[in-house]
Design a protein around this ligand. Structure first.
Ligand SMILES: [Fe+2]
Ligand SMILES: [Fe+2]
Length: 192
């Protein structure tokens, strides 16, 4: 059976792929502001827009109805981490503008905020996949999981047709640029 928690875990796969790209951009000291802005837009549209809307507007409220606390425990921790993530993204976005205005000292700050977001989201997704969603699976009936899936579909319908698929294509495009295996080069020492 398709479950709402599995649906969210599928989103996590793409979010993890996006944060792998961000990690590589930091490692490579990437300076392409078009790519940086694409990353910010992808977080705003896909990770924090589409995915977090499904969690915050649909899953978490039902879990609270089922007796989970939204003031302490896993739901409240997840909500708090979503807020922290937004602060990192605001930091990235503001520093991109400063860098674009010609201030190169903003670049290391962009990397700091990007790495902060990567570390936060990687741990956050681990907690959701391994702890909160497993608790949710135990608490929710099959009918409730299906009803959540219908509400997720309604959220997707609020986006322009094809926009979510387009976000995934953009993540794949960035991935091909930053994470593609570097082909082995023939070493001059090999004599070939
Ligand atoms: Fe989350
Ligand atoms: Fe999530």
């Amino acid at each position: 059976m398709n479950t709402a928690t599995q649906n969210l875990e599928n989103d996590h796969v793409y979010i993890l792929r996006l944060i792998d790209v961000m990690g590589k951009m930091v490692l490579n000291c990437a300076t392409d502001t078009v790519h940086m802005e694409m990353v910010v837009n992808l977080i705003k549209t896909y990770a924090d827009g589409f995915h977090h809307a499904k969690e915050e507007k649909v899953l978490f409220p039902l879990l609270v109805e089922k007796g989970f606390s939204n003031e302490q425990g896993p739901v409240s921790v997840m909500l708090h981490e979503h807020v922290e993530g937004r602060e990192f993204v605001t930091g990235i976005s503001r520093r991109i503008d400063v860098y674009k205005a010609g201030n190169v000292s903003a670049l290391p700050e962009i990397y700091q905020y990007m790495q902060g977001y990567v570390d936060l989201l990687r741990a956050h997704i681990g907690k959701e996949n391994n702890v909160l969603f497993r608790m949710a699976d135990k608490a929710l009936s099959n009918d409730e999981q299906l009803s959540l899936l219908n509400k997720f579909a309604a959220i997707e319908n609020q986006y322009e047709k094809g926009q979510i698929a387009e976000s995934i294509l953009e993540i794949e495009g960035l991935e091909a640029f930053y994470l593609e295996d570097v082909p082995e080069t023939i070493s001059p020492a090999s004599g070939l």
